[in-house]
Design a protein around this ligand. Structure first.
Ligand code: AHG
Ligand code: MN
Ligand code: MN
Length: 337
């Protein structure tokens, strides 16, 4: 126990990495930590609420059964608004960016973009889900409401990014551009404790993660890459291993720890891919680069893409550097007709 460091202590300690830090970012990260605990509590009883709901006759459970992704959206928004470090948020659950109107919020210098509940199709089946967040310094003047340009910044401008994974244990993993650190939640203490210091993804891995049901609709280069994974034996007479949860956060987290690649390419029906650049791909790209890996849209570095729309999508290849390089090679060698 003596060496144990909590997330709160760590945030304060790391404030020294930023020479003129005012503590605003630390306070912002603390709001995220708080919202994560609240959402975690709700997720942990999601199954239970269903049992109770099924027994009851009338709809007294109505509020508890509010869709978890809307619940998470409200809790994160409320936590961010309450602490006055954020002037606005953009979220998967909101058509437009939300400006916080209080004067104190308008004096804030940060905006947050988020996917409040990632992997929603896994909520009902007790499989890991997550929250993804991305933080930028606003470009509009302090003291005014945020504008679209504050949210449409390229990923390399991110100040911090991270995710919460609500899994067999709950973890918060984040970066401020000085490496990646992971904290595991101890529910008995109500505290996140540093459990994964300075996380680095192996340069090569043996896991590939893709929804292979879409195989027929993949670009030729991706099909060839999958065949490469199936035909080669990187692990002593075993081909690469396929692992796909269907929650980006969970697939990413496993690959970060073990080495691997996550792919969501363009498909015939989704020519731009499925994942959203601003609140799914950019934060994960920032994290993976900080952990020594790569993130690409197949040709270009994700963090260099200049967004034009809040909810824009992009093909996404993220993980161990040698694996991402390999996919890029295949896409170049086998361009689609
Ligand atoms: P969300 O639940 O926020 O809508 O995100 C789901 C995303 C991502 O988490 C996951 O990796 C991917 O969609 C799964 O898509 P498929 O079901 O098409 O494989
Ligand atoms: Mn998502
Ligand atoms: Mn979502």
């Amino acid at each position: 126990m003596s060496g144990m460091r909590t997330l709160g202590e760590f945030i304060v300690e790391k404030q020294a990495d930023f020479p003129h830090a005012s503590g605003d970012l630390s306070s912002l990260l603390s709001s995220i930590r708080l919202a994560a605990k609240i959402v975690n509590r709700e997720i942990n009883k999601a199954g239970l609420a269903d049992i109770i709901g099924a027994v009851g006759t009338d709809n007294v459970q109505g509020e508890a059964q509010q869709k978890l992704d809307l619940y998470a959206n409200e809790k994160f928004k409320a936590a961010l608004e309450a602490r006055d470090q954020v002037c606005g948020v953009a979220s998967e659950e909101e058509d437009e960016a939300v400006a916080f109107n209080k004067a104190l919020n308008q004096d804030a210098k940060y905006v947050v973009l988020m996917d409040p509940l990632d992997g929603s199709s896994n909520i009902d089946v007790n499989v890991a889900i997550g929250t993804i967040f991305s933080i930028y310094r606003r470009v509009s003047p302090i003291g005014t409401p945020p504008v679209e340009a504050d949210f449409l910044q390229p990923g390399h401008k991110q100040v911090a990014a991270g995710y919460v994974i609500y899994g067999s244990s709950t973890m918060l993993v984040y970066t401020t551009g000085h490496g990646v650190n992971g904290f595991t939640y101890d529910p008995s203490l109500g505290t996140f404790c540093l459990s994964h210091e300075n996380m680095m993804i192996p340069k090569k891995g043996t896991i590939y993660s893709i929804n292979e049901g879409n195989y027929i609709r993949f670009p030729l280069g991706v099909k060839k890459y999958i065949k490469y994974c199936q035909e080669n034996e990187p692990q002593d007479q075993r081909p690469y291993t396929s692992r796909y949860i269907g929650s980006l956060v969970a697939d990413f987290h496993r690959n970060l720890l073990k080495g691997g690649i996550y792919l969501y390419p363009s498909t015939l029906s989704h020519p731009e891919g499925k994942l959203r650049l601003l609140y799914e791909c950019n934060p994960m790209a920032f994290l993976i680069e900080q952990a020594g890996g790569l993130a690409s849209d197949g040709q270009r570095r994700i963090l260099d893409l200049v967004p034009t729309e809040l909810h824009q999508r992009t093909p996404f290849f993220v993980g161990s550097s040698e694996m991402v390089n390999k996919v890029e090679e295949y896409l170049e060698t086998y361009p689609d007709q």
